[in-house]
Write a protein that binds this ligand. Structure first.
Ligand code: AMP
Length: 370
């Protein structure tokens, strides 16, 4: 099976690494001109001239990046199976569509308003009460295109700085922690769920993901499973879906956003789960049985951002697994991650601290349950 992947970054690279044991081959279609997968057959196609060549090579198509032109994905669907579908992309690349879907399925979200002028933004800030987070409805990721507004008088400046015709304004959630749920749906409709992860972000960028959480009530995992199952079934989805949520002090969950793909908060599964998110995505899209999602041990993923650490020092940590993406250093760029495993959460936290000290600029890890 030759799998076509739209996008050619580290997620595609890790999909390929998981697919070789299944005798899959990979052809990447990069529309940005900056592929970094460094594996498989990479086709750079910035002017959409090589689509026919790409389609001739592949048996089915998936993607590792959702900011793709929907008409392109719809055109591909005319020729080859695409999993997940273009409908999932259409919804996930627009925060307004995403929130409307959450509302329709009864998945709670922070209170929000949609605005299309500086004046409407200021009115929304007054209605929702401060602080709020304003986000562009499209093209935002990793905290880009966002502003926290603390008083209505800041609305005009936030409107100018985000510089986008349509914004979503959300009440600022006083969360206990940020969490994510990753689930996989097969072609036959079977769904499996990974244990939820606690995610630590700094400046909108994920730094640490830890799973399973030692103090997570089983009822909260069940609630998250129910929310993501509703999304998967509604979209008749095939593959891995990620839902990011805020856990509030009363134990409730509020949906923030979803990603129609393997996700950074699931990288711990490469070493920490019986079957990784990458392998399970490939199994799902090929109609193979889904693998066990259980955690082998408490696990934590540490992102390496901007500057590499010294591999030899990182690998001195017992049960540390370094996954490098073979990219050049640049501020804010995801270059690698380290997966750490330990028999207890106390030992795991010790390892995470040790690892963080070896990484230039890594923030001090502090989890909600410590
Ligand atoms: P997003 O791009 O929507 O995932 O936002 C990036 C980060 O900003 C999140 O991971 C949170 O840390 C923070 N954030 C976004 N929306 C809210 C909100 N409504 N309340 C509190 N923090 C938020």
């Amino acid at each position: 099976m030759n799998i076509g992947v739209l996008g050619a970054g580290q997620l595609g690279r890790m999909l390929a690494l998981a697919g070789y044991p299944l005798a899959n081959r990979f052809t990447f279609l990069d529309t940005t001109g900056h592929p970094s997968a460094g594996i498989g057959d990479v086709m750079v196609d910035t002017d959409q001239k090589h689509l026919a060549d790409f389609l001739a090579k592949v048996d089915l198509v998936t993607y590792e990046f959702e900011h793709l032109p929907v008409p392109l994905v719809q055109a591909i669907e005319e020729h080859k199976p695409v999993h997940p579908s273009s409908e999932a992309i259409r919804i996930c690349q627009n925060r307004a569509e995403e929130k409307a879907l959450f509302d329709r399925l009864g998945i709670p979200t922070p209170a929000y308003r949609l605005v299309d002028s500086a004046e409407a933004l200021e009115d929304a800030v007054r209605e929702l009460g401060t602080p709020v987070v304003a986000k562009s409805v499209t093209e935002g990721y990793d905290g880009k295109g966002q502003a926290v507004i603390k008083t209505p008088s800041e609305a005009a400046e936030a409107w100018r700085s985000i510089n986008h015709p349509r914004l979503i304004v959300e009440a600022f959630v006083d969360f206990v922690r940020e969490v994510s749920i990753i689930a996989v749906r097969g072609r036959d409709g079977q769904v499996v769920f990974y244990p939820m992860a606690e995610n630590l972000h700094v400046d909108g960028i994920l730094r640490y993901s830890l799973a399973p959480m030692p103090d997570l009530d089983a009822a909260i995992q069940d609630t998250a499973d129910g929310y993501i199952r509703a999304l998967l079934d509604e979209l008749d989805y095939v593959g891995v879906l990620t839902l990011e949520l805020f856990q509030t002090p009363d134990g409730g969950l509020l949906a923030n956003e979803m990603a129609p793909r393997v996700h950074n908060s699931g990288h711990w599964t490469m070493d920490g789960a019986v079957t990784s998110q990458f392998e399970n995505h490939l199994r799902a899209i090929q109609g193979l049985p889904l693998g066990d999602t259980a955690a082998r041990m408490p696990s934590c993923m540490v992102n390496v951002i901007g500057q590499e650490g010294e591999a030899a020092r990182l690998l001195e940590i017992e049960d540390a697994h370094l996954h490098r993406y073979d990219k050049s250093e640049r501020p804010g760029r995801k270059l690698a991650h380290v997966n750490l495993l330990a028999p207890t959460h106390a030992e795991l936290i010790e390892k995470v601290r040790r690892c963080a000290e070896l990484l230039p600029g890594a923030p001090t890890p502090r989890f909600s349950f410590e």
